[in-house]
Design a protein around this ligand. Structure first.
Ligand SMILES: N[C@@H](CCC(=O)N[C@@H](CS)C(=O)NCC(=O)O)C(=O)O
Length: 237
């Protein structure tokens, strides 16, 4: 029997710790898939609670958890976190057995750089293409095909050229090891593909070869399959 306030508080914390973590967001978001891949790779059981920031009631719920109203949000017992990079950093500390960051200062920082480049340049530009082609109309928004054209003509070519030069004939972006750099760079390309686009092997042979290979890595392949199934079930081709 629990008698004191102190014991009650310990009991509550224990119960909270036993509850599976929750990943809030849609698996269609590359940022959410990035976290889902890290959770999978670290063999952490979690539940996915679908929240779509473009649906008003979901947005309100998200704003109560994240002042930016964006996904992913991650809840571990009473602890709540936002932003895919922050969540991945937390998961690495919390579950250090399988690592997703390289170990030396130099390789660690290089990995953070690629993650940042993917999060701030690659993913938002690919999402402009994918969102307008696949989703805008579903949320009663007019697809902005000028924005799509601008990204395809003026933004993505520079980004692809940079990544093509960086990867060269290497298998992984940092230190010959699969890391969060690869996860961050690989995740948006399934959105690009489902929107009917691909990285031209004639213009960006290295990047195109790398993407073919990385999409066969177990955890990337699983996340891509989930994305395909989700879009098929939603009747979006
Ligand atoms: N830097 C954030 C970006 C998250 C983000 O932009 N998520 C998109 C979904 S793909 C979102 O929630 N957008 C809703 C909005 O901007 O209102 C992260 O890494 O988690």
């Amino acid at each position: 029997m629990i008698e004191t306030e102190n014991e009650m508080s310990k009991f509550r914390s224990k119960k909270a710790a036993e509850v599976q973590p929750i990943l809030y967001g849609s698996i269609v978001s590359p940022y959410v898939r990035k976290v889902a891949i890290v959770l999978d790779l670290k063999n952490i059981a979690y539940s996915l609670e679908t929240l779509i920031p473009f649906i008003e009631k979901d947005k309100q719920k998200l704003l109560n958890m994240n002042p930016l109203g964006k996904v992913p949000v991650y809840q571990d017992g009473g602890f709540m976190l936002s932003d895919s990079s922050v969540i991945c950093a937390y998961l690495e500390k919390q579950y250090p057995d399988s690592v997703v960051y390289p170990s030396t200062s130099e390789t660690y920082a290089t990995c953070l750089w690629y993650e940042e480049y993917a999060d701030s340049q690659l993913i938002p530009n690919i999402l402009t293409v994918a969102f307008n082609i696949l989703f805008a109309a579903r949320f009663n928004l007019r697809p902005d095909m000028n924005a799509v054209k601008n990204v395809l003509d003026n933004k993505l070519p520079q980004i692809f050229t940079y990544l093509d030069n960086e990867i060269g004939n290497k298998k992984y972006f940092v230190n010959d090891c699969f890391s969060l750099a690869d996860i961050s760079i690989a995740v948006p390309f399934i959105n690009f593909e489902m929107a009917g686009h691909r990285v031209s092997p004639d213009k960006w042979a290295n990047l195109s070869r790398y993407l073919d290979e990385i999409s066969q890595e177990l955890y990337i392949a699983k996340a891509n399959m989930l994305m395909r199934e989700t879009l098929q079930n939603a009747n979006i081709k």
